[in-house]
Each structure stands twice: as C-alpha cells, then as structure tokens.
Write a protein that binds this ligand. Structure first.
Ligand code: SF4
Length: 704
C-alpha cells in the first residue's frame, strides 16, 4: 500500500500542500517546516479558497509547536489525584481495564464513544467500527449532531440525500439571487465571500436573514432582521407572496416534485402582516425579498446554524426547501438549496458511521440490508452489530445514571464547553466511572479525564476530509508527530488488538481509506471510486463517485432527486414558537454564535496570541437603547441568567442587534461559557439542541 507521504518526497524546508485544521471550507494551504523547527503557513491556490485564508488559517502553524501541546499520556490514580505522566502501555491498559469492568457490570452499552466533526473520514470510520465491532456498544454519537443535523435530516426528507451544498462554491458567483439564512460567512468563512462579491458584481442580489446586522448583512442587498426562532414563519410568508404574485413554477412542481398542495394551503394563512407580527420583519421587506427571489431566473437558498440549531430546526429547513422547490429553484444549474456546514469535517463526519444511527456510506443501522452489507465488509456477524443508540445530548444527559454510559471515550471534542446546558453536562462527566479524552491540548474536558491521550495534529498525519461542497480532499502529512504522540488510528487499532480484534483494524490512513471505499460502495455517500492519488491530481473529488473512471458528482439532482421515484418532496410546515420565549423573569432573547478570531470551544484558538489579541474575552452584544434601560455602559461586566445557569460577560453596545436580543460567542471557558445558558430542548427528528434561542435576563454587575 502506497502512502501519499511516500508518493511525495519533500526535501527539508519544502512546502507541503495541505488544508486548514479548522472550518468546513477546508482552505488549501502550504505548511512549511523551517530550519528552526517552526512552521509557516503560506497561501495555496486551491479551487475553494483560491489563495485566501482567514486569520485562523494564517496562524494555524503556531498550533504545531505550541508549548501547551500534550506530548505524553496522562493518567489519574484516583478521582481526586492529579493527572500524572504515564507510558502508553500503562494508559492503554487502564482504558482496557475500565472497558472490561464497565461492560462486565453494566453490559456493552455501559461504554460510550463521543466523536467529533473535526476528525478525518478515516478516523470517523474507524471510530464507528471500533464502537460496533470491538466494543459492540450502541452508544456512539458526535458533536456534529450539534452542528448541521437538522439540515441533514431535512435534506434527506426532501431530496433523499444530504450533501451540504449540492453544487460547487463557484456556482454561487453565477446565480442571480441568494437567500442566506442564519449565517455570518464574512466572519466565519471570510474566503468564501469572494464568491458572493463576484455574484454581486455580476448584478446579483443577496438577501441575508439574521437577528444581527452582521458583516455579512452589511454586504447584502436586503437584510431581514428576524426575531430569533421565527424562521419557518418567514419562509411560509415568502411562499405566500410567491404564490399570490405568480412566482411559483407550476411546471417544475408537476414534473419534479410531490405533495405541494398541502404546503400551498398552509402558506395561504401566512399573509404578510401576520408574518410581520411573528418575525418582526416588515411586510414591505418580506414582499421585496419574495420579489427578488421570484423574479430571478436562478436563485439559491442557503441555511446555516441560525434556523437549524433550534428545537424546530428540521421544520425550519423544510420550510425554506419548500420555498426553493415552489420557485423551481432546485435541481437546475446555478440553483438549489444548500446547508453551509460548519466544522472541518462536518460533512464526512456524518457519512461514515460515528452517528448513533448510521453505518458507513450513509447507510442506516436499522436497515437489515445495510447491516448485512457492512457486516460482510467488517468480517463479523450481522446479528453482532448493535442497534441504533442515543443521540449526542441524550447520551451525555444519561451519563453516570441508571441505564446510561458509565465509561466514556472522547475523541476530538470539548464537551465541557461546547455541549448545551454545559454546567449540567459537566456534572454528568464528573459522575462517570471513567473518562478518557484524546486531544492535542488539555481541554476543559480533558482536565476532568482519568486518562488523557496526546493525539497527532492535522499536519502530522494524512487523511481525507469532505468539505462543505461534498468535495473529498486530502490532508497530507507535513511532518511526523512529536516523539511520544500517536494518531487516533494507532490508538484505536491498539485498543482493538487488546480487546481481541487486532486483525480487523489497521492503523494506516491509506489502508483505512481503502476499507472505507469498500464499505461505502453502493451507499448514498459512495466513495468507492475515490483514491488518494485522484484527490491530489484533481484538487478533490465530489461524492458520489462509484468507480475510479467516474468523474465524481459536483452537481447533484440535475436530472432527478435521490428519492425512489426521483421527485423531491414538499413537507407541510406550520410555524411553532421556540421552546422558550421571553417572559417576565427572562425578558430577552439570547442567541449564540461564532466570531472571526475564535473557533468552536477555543481549545486551539484561545492558545494563539494573535487570535487572543483580536478576541480576548467573552462578551455580550446588547443594543444601546436596551443597555440604557439597565444602566449598562460599554465594557461593564454583566451577568446573563437563563433557566440553566448564569454566565459573565463584558458588555458591548452595538446598534446592529435587535433591541430584544442579546448575542454571545460560544468559544470561551470559565465564567464566560455561553453554553452554561443554552437550552437543550431537542428537535424531535434531528435531536438538535436549541442553541440559537432561549429566554434570558441581564443584570449589571458580575455575580455568578
Ligand atoms: Fe481555515 Fe475556515 Fe479560515 Fe479557511 S475560512 S482559513 S478553512 S478557518
């Protein structure tokens, strides 16, 4: 088996073509090892970012030699003892002992696994296999459940397939009108704005839906400053006008969709002044938005976490898909609905088996044919594969309790900061019999672990990622990991060997990818025609790609949707209020999100001086008029309280936010942890928590 690191021999100091460690844009970059053993990131002309990087990408080389880097396993001799250094053999033996004791006492489901959307496809695949084959536990899920699971579920319902964007990013520049819902791309993925700028330069229109007048909204043609949690009402209102003004495409609806009539009836009750009352967006603006979309020959509707991270996230997305289908703006060139995936491998991470209900290739764990196929690939009996397990929050919520997971293995996730209702989840983590965390820094979750494993970073191992377009890309290894650091694949293969399944697990990325190709063959997310060599030669390959001579599929649905009859489905959606609305005790809306200089739980970015200089602390955005009501001035310490807890923030007075809404970023730890406040109310289909809206109280002064 040929490793790509062997295909490309790099002289010392020669740049390695790889990709950024952070978000789903997966910008191409060069990483160069200098003579002083430091690492420099330089630009690379890759088709997505076309040379551009954001500040996080430019500074990502600083992660590699960082002083905080974990370089040896750590273990804790008792729950109250401090972490101490250990050998790999001691650490792995301790994990095996915990697994065996837990499963002996509580059964196989007593051990759980929590994965992450930043893991490579190879790791996500092997993690799912490790859970089902070596542990035979049903308890596995990952933090991607908190990312785009609502859009994924809605896309499967409507189109029969979930791939974030059904077209390459470059198509965005070619479309006439874009409705961008709940995304601040100008801060979260700056290089992608070049496509929106090009679209605008061609005379196109951009409508941004957001409770805040963000940097992205500032670049728009029209900004709809929506009340948090009212997205479905807005989508239905736009459809109402589209129907009345004759913008819908009856021929497309008849030829390529099913079940429109019930949606048409529901839309008829979302007249504009009613929608204005629900959403806070003026009737005039709603009419203008409908007209821009309806009159455009080509249009795209893109959603992100704003409408998706809600307890009605699936319905919110379905309502926008209904609009795209009714306008005849899907399944055609330069048209379509798309989800802007957030995490680095949020897309691939949800295709190959680390989700509670899923097997590789986007197969389902509750489908007998799918189970039999994967069991054959893995060389195990189908009846030995567990059934679907709990979703992420439900698994975390049950930790340490009756029937819940008692020993948890966490790979690439910082739950103590990133899980909703984080104070509660922290208590559940502390109630475990055993916690293992694999990470490259001592995250807030790793600090609580019994065993911490130092894992390799992105530039120290090869592996594939699947970006937000469905383009499978290859991160090449620029350097080996430091001395006593191992890759997660090596850890999983070693643990599997100690559990008696050694022959079934490789620790080589290229070999794991070869197996993933076989396991995905014939599945929805078919990677069987994709090879490392092709990825390098073709700047990535879009799935599905069922054969090595298949060109890959940059554009989906042009001839048919992925349903049995090839037709997309409308789904009737009524607006439902969020789980919590402002009341006497908690009079404002709270919404959370990302900012430019930080990423996810901040484990990496809070360690980069330039990023900390740009965004050093947790803050809350509040409208100046609302701040006056509370006697709050710029920079004051304030406390926010919800039904889950209290957190502290520095006040930032901005007139770009709605009067009734507060915004906090979720990247910070300690007293400024936004997720101490967030509501774990779950969407009934996707099991997505309601990160994006809850009721909150603000008080001047820092009391927690
Ligand atoms: Fe990295 Fe995303 Fe920034 Fe690109 S946009 S450099 S992938 S964080």
């Amino acid at each position: 088996m040929l490793h790509v690191s062997e295909i490309e021999t790099r002289a010392a100091g020669q740049a390695c073509a790889t990709h950024c460690p952070y978000c789903a844009l997966q910008c191409g970059m060069h990483v160069q090892v200098t003579a002083q053993q430091s690492w420099t990131v330089t630009e690379r002309d890759f088709p997505t970012n076309r040379g551009g990087l954001c500040q996080k990408g430019w500074t990502s080389g600083e992660l590699l030699g960082h002083a905080d880097r974990l370089r040896t396993p750590l273990i804790r001799d008792s729950r109250t003892a401090p972490l101490r250094t250990a050998t790999w053999d001691e650490a792995l033996a301790r994990i095996i002992s915990a697994i065996e004791q837990t499963q002996h006492k509580y059964g196989r489901d007593g051990v759980g696994i929590f994965g992450g959307g930043s893991l490579t496809n190879e790791k996500a695949y092997l993690l799912g296999k490790f859970a089902r084959v070596a542990l035979r536990t049903s308890q596995i899920d990952y933090n991607g459940r908190f990312c785009m699971s609502s859009a994924a579920a809605a896309s499967i319902k409507a189109f029969g397939l979930d791939r974030g964007l059904p077209f390459p990013l470059a198509d965005i520049a070619q479309t006439q009108a874009i409705l961008l819902v709940g995304s601040n791309l100008a801060e979260t993925m700056p290089p992608v704005m070049q496509y929106f700028q090009e679209q605008k330069a061609r005379g196109g229109s951009l409508i941004v839906v957001d409770p805040r007048a963000t940097a992205t909204a500032a670049a728009s043609t029209l900004h709809l400053q929506i009340t948090p949690g009212t997205d479905a009402a807005l989508a239905n209102g736009l459809l109402n006008i589209a129907i009345k003004e004759g913008f819908i495409d009856e021929a497309f609806i008849a030829a390529r969709t099913k079940d429109f009539e019930l949606v048409r009836r529901i839309a008829s009750s979302y007249w504009p002044d009613r929608v204005e009352r629900i959403t806070g967006v003026s009737e005039q603006q709603i009419r203008l938005a409908a007209r821009i979309l309806g009159e455009a020959e080509t249009a795209m509707i893109l959603t992100a976490r704003g409408p998706e991270q809600q307890s009605h996230g699936v319905n919110n997305v379905l309502a926008f898909i209904n609009l795209a289908l009714a306008l005849g703006k899907a399944g055609k060139p330069r048209c379509g609905y798309g989800c802007l995936t957030g995490q680095g491998n949020g897309q691939g991470g949800r295709e190959h088996g680390q989700k509670a209900d899923q097997l590789p290739g986007y197969r389902r764990l509750d489908n007998p044919d799918h189970r039999a196929f994967i069991a054959r690939v893995w060389g195990v009996a189908e009846q030995d594969l567990p059934k679907p397990g709990r979703s992420a929050y439900e698994m975390l919520d049950a930790m340490g309790g009756e029937g819940g997971v008692r020993s948890m293995l966490v790979f690439g996730s910082n739950l103590a900061v990133s899980a909703p209702n984080a104070g509660h989840i922290q208590k559940r983590l502390d109630s475990l019999d055993f916690l293992m965390v694999s990470d490259f820094f001592l995250s807030e979750t790793a600090e609580r672990a019994d065993v911490v494993l130092p894992s390799a970073q992105w530039a120290e191992e090869e592996g594939t990622m699947t970006n937000l377009e469905g383009r499978v890309i290859l991160r090449q290894r620029a350097m080996p990991p430091p001395g006593n650091v191992r890759t997660d694949l090596e850890v999983l293969a070693d643990l599997a060997g100690r559990l008696g399944y050694g022959g079934l697990f490789s620790d080589k990325p290229a070999e794991v990818f070869e197996e993933l190709r076989r396991a995905s063959a014939g599945g929805v997310a078919d990677y069987s025609g994709i090879t490392y060599q092709r990825i390098l030669q073709e700047d990535g390959v879009f799935w599905p790609c069922p054969a090595e001579d298949h060109p890959g599929t940059p554009r989906l649905f042009l001839d048919r949707f992925a349903t049995a009859d090839g037709k997309a489905r409308f789904h009737p959606v009524e607006f439902q209020a969020p789980a919590e609305e402002p009341d006497h005790d908690f009079p404002l809306y709270l919404t959370t999100g990302r900012i430019m200089a930080q990423y996810q739980s901040g484990t990496q970015t809070r360690r980069i001086p330039a990023l900390m200089q740009a965004s050093p602390e947790a803050f809350v955005q509040i409208h100046p008029s609302m701040a006056r009501n509370y006697g709050i001035k710029e920079g004051d310490q304030v406390s926010l309280t919800t039904r889950r807890g209290t957190a502290l923030f520095a006040a930032r007075l901005v007139s770009t936010i709605r009067m009734d809404t507060l915004f906090v970023p979720f990247h910070f730890n300690g007293a400024g942890r936004a997720n101490l406040l967030t509501n774990p109310a779950l969407d009934p289909v996707s099991r997505m928590p309601e990160f994006k809206v809850c009721a909150v109280r603000i008080d001047k002064g820092a009391t927690c």
